[in-house]
Write a protein that binds this ligand. Structure first.
Ligand SMILES: Cc1ncc(COP(=O)(O)O)c(C=O)c1O
Length: 372
């Protein structure tokens, strides 16, 4: 059975390792194994002694306990450690849905958060809950959600902090979402890959795992903690029957997590606040550069400042962002990601705010704009 092209990953496969000035990465600045182990005070020799045999399918107990400790009311039993974060989207789509079910998904979105669900229930059964362009930031109408729910709706799929808009709900909006899920007896798939990245001035919200047991929460170390090459991700699933369904699907995909990933994740969790602070500092400093840049080009862009996370969705007043982005990548080696790859229109692009080389890449972008 065919599935829609994964536009974002095709885009990165084409450009990520061949374009020097990148302005669209969603992950935060990474670090080496050596740096990570030093930070966590774990001797490198311990890593050398790690056995490369099969691992426990749900992740080893100390690791699941360390993950559970990051949430109130969650125990190791609720944690499924994955073979990669994206695996969690696949497993959830497979385990939760039956033919005839309807799904509500955000738009724009990271492709898998729409395409996987469309693949399982049919595109006609996935209703889009769309962001709206406010004057200075992206907005989402939580009352509209009620109008999208009908008696076939089974699942709501969200991702906050949101890639690409950088939207974060208020606590009131989060409660409204959780109440809707509860009242209509739905399941909520909540992607928290950018958890704990509220920007200065944005009130942070708790993990939804602490608010609603009918939620499947996806989290991991790729974005907030800058460790995407680790492929470290987990699901929090408190409903035992659903957890068992998900585990069964996991046996068909990754069986058990990679031993090096488990080892390095355990180290990273010891210093997770330090890793998060490092990412947030980078984002805040890049945001200042972005503010100044967009203030210099008011005719060309509409800058809707993100509230959280490591990405922003920027409106660009050109006939086609796709054509512009492709030309700029070829001529100047500067990369922006057209929003068409995220199910949105051809007048927006994703900006990535987590990388140390952001300032240098932004300078190249500006040089290119001045030349054209
Ligand atoms: C919202 C969201 N969820 C999940 C993922 C998947 O994470 P990973 O690439 O680490 O598997 C991404 C990656 O970009 C993402 O942006």
């Amino acid at each position: 059975m065919k599935i829609a092209n994964f536009a974002t990953e095709y885009f990165f496969a084409k450009y990520e390792f061949s374009t020097p000035y990148q302005l669209c990465n969603s992950d935060c600045e990474t670090l080496s194994v050596d740096e990570l182990l030093k930070m966590a005070d774990v001797p490198l020799a311990d890593f050398g002694r790690l056995s490369l045999g099969y691992t426990e399918s749900l992740g080893n107990l100390p690791l699941r306990e360390a993950i559970a400790a990051g949430y109130k009311y969650i125990t190791a039993e609720d944690v499924i450690f994955l073979g990669s974060p994206i695996e969690g989207i696949y497993l959830a789509a497979r385990a939760i849905l039956e033919a005839g079910d309807e799904v509500i998904a955000l738009s724009p979105a990271y492709d898998a958060l729409v395409n996987m669900f469309e693949h399982v229930v049919g595109a006609e059964n996935v209703r889009k809950w769309c962001f709206k362009p406010g004057a200075s930031q992206w907005e989402l109408d939580f009352d509209e959600l009620e109008s999208l729910i009908n008696n076939k709706t089974r699942l709501i799929v969200v991702n906050f902090p949101h890639n690409p808009t950088g939207f974060l709900p208020t606590r009131t909006q989060l409660d409204q979402l959780v109440n809707s899920v509860y009242l209509h007896n739905l399941v909520l798939f909540y992607d928290e890959m950018y958890f704990d990245l509220a920007h200065q001035g944005t009130p942070s919200i708790p993990s939804v795992a602490e608010l609603n047991p009918r939620t499947v929460v996806l989290s991991g170390l790729s974005k907030t903690y800058g460790l995407p090459g680790l492929r470290s991700g987990w699901l929090i699933v408190q409903d035992k029957a659903l957890r068992d369904e998900i585990i069964n699907w996991k046996f068909y995909t990754s069986i058990c997590p990679p031993a090096p990933t488990e080892f390095l994740t355990t180290a990273a969790l010891k210093v997770k606040n330090q890793l998060r602070d490092r990412s947030l500092a980078q984002i805040e400093s890049n945001l200042k550069l972005a503010d100044a840049f967009f203030a210099r080009w008011p005719e060309l862009f509409t800058w809707r400042r993100p509230l959280a996370g490591s990405t922003a969705l920027v409106e660009m007043h050109v006939p086609s962002v796709e054509v512009f982005a492709e030309k700029m990548a070829r001529e100047a080696g500067v990369l922006i990601q057209p929003a068409t790859t995220l199910g949105w229109d051809d007048h927006h692009f994703r900006l990535g705010l987590g990388r140390a080389a952001f300032g240098a890449a932004l300078e190249k972008f500006e040089e290119y704009l001045k030349m054209h």
